[in-house]
Design a protein around this ligand. Structure first.
Ligand code: MTE
Ligand code: MO
Length: 349
């Protein structure tokens, strides 16, 4: 079903599923068949497909996939996608968040994306001087939206012109799967997953950010006492520094750390005494500036109960907040608290 194996399913209509920790730990590049899926409506039927580029441009475009693939240089980027709701379960444990999926650590993953640079397409369309934002609209109709509408969102024009932002038709060297946005999706490294619009059909150059439901009402960080309403709270864009634990044994702890934005991971510390003392973890394979780092630290835990805590640091010298209690928000976004795990090592008999 859905061409996905061995995932934790949070919903079937629409399909939503996260990668199990052991599958994330298996490789710094997440295998496509277990890569998380976040959908807000049904996967659209494949059909005649065109990409239209319009709005504040000198030259509106109507492109076929063949034109995109053949007329423009092809590029690859290893990039981590992370849903703003990743790790929400930790916030729900503080106080319930009805109607939102209890994502664990697996609403994130890293893939190698292949496609054309959005910048190259924009250069053909020639944005007018007043253009400030680039909007993306998918082919999927979301019944969750008020009113029901296609999924969409925008990024600043400055970011859209960066070389890392791709219109991707392949993932991990294979044609993009329907559930991940075939035939074409945006990949915006460093931004929340919601801006990497799947089933892309329309690009709109704008003077203002996207006004649709998925940017004006949701995917916004509300104050603790706030309620979702158009324009309420702050729009999420750049991903915040985050990390989680993927496996623990008495001899080793492993996990991921993702800096987000244009920052990179500089260090990961591990404590096995509840945060009283810290030791540096080893950072594993470096897939480039847009991907997470896996990390590992040896442990030698004797019999008893041990409280593990992890804190990642990024290139702005920021580290993760202490705990979820200080981060709770009504939609349950951006849980980037220090991950914790309790390990009981039995007495040897
Ligand atoms: N058209 C469309 N694009 C979309 C979505 C969607 O529901 N429809 N979900 C977004 C969200 S919230 C995330 S986190 C990522 C997830 O991408 P994936 O399902 O390929 O992992 O896609 C984004 N792009
Ligand atoms: Mo998301």
């Amino acid at each position: 079903m859905f061409g996905k194996r061995d995932v934790i399913v949070h919903g079937t209509d629409p399909f939503n599923a996260e990668t199990k920790p052991e599958a994330l730990a298996a490789s710094p590049v997440t295998s496509t068949d277990v890569f998380y899926v976040r959908n807000h409506g049904a996967v659209p039927e494949a059909g005649d497909w065109r990409l239209r580029v319009g709005g504040a441009v000198e030259r509106p475009l109507d492109l076929s996939l063949a034109t995109l693939r053949e007329a423009l240089p092809q590029h690859q980027v290893a990039a981590t996608l992370q849903c703003a709701g990743n790790r929400r379960a930790g916030l729900i444990a503080i106080r319930d968040i009805p109607g939102e999926a209890p994502w664990g650590p697996g609403a994130t993953g890293t893939a190698t994306w292949t496609g054309a640079r959005l910048a190259d397409v924009l250069a053909l369309a020639r944005p007018r001087a007043e253009a400030r934002h680039v909007g993306f609209e998918g082919a999927d109709l979301s019944p969750e939206a008020k009113p029901p509408q296609r999924f969409g969102g925008s990024i600043p024009l400055d970011k859209a012109c960066r070389p890392e932002v791709l219109l991707a038709w392949a993932m991990n060297g294979e044609p993009l799967e329907p559930v991940h946005g075939a035939p074409l999706r945006v990949v915006v490294p460093g931004y929340i997953g919601a801006r990497s619009v799947k089933w892309l059909e329309r690009i709109e150059l704008r003077t203002t950010p996207w006004r649709g439901y998925f940017q004006e009402v949701v995917y916004r960080l509300l104050p603790e006492d706030g309620t979702p309403a158009p324009g309420a709270g702050m729009p999420l864009g750049l991903v915040a520094l985050n990390a989680d634990i993927l496996s623990v044994t008495p001899t080793e702890v492993r996990g991921y750390a993702f800096a987000g934005g244009e920052r990179f991971i500089t260090r990961v510390d591990v404590s096995s005494d509840g945060g009283a003392s810290w030791r540096q973890a080893e950072l594993l394979e470096d897939l480039g500036p847009w991907a997470w780092r896996h990390w590992r630290a040896p442990l030698s835990l004797g019999p008893g109960e041990h409280e593990l805590v992890v804190r990642a640091w990024d290139s702005s010298a920021a580290t993760q907040p202490e705990d979820e209690a200080s981060l709770w928000n009504p939609k349950g976004y951006v849980n980037n608290a220090r991950p914790r795990a309790t390990l009981k090592v039995p007495q040897r008999t």
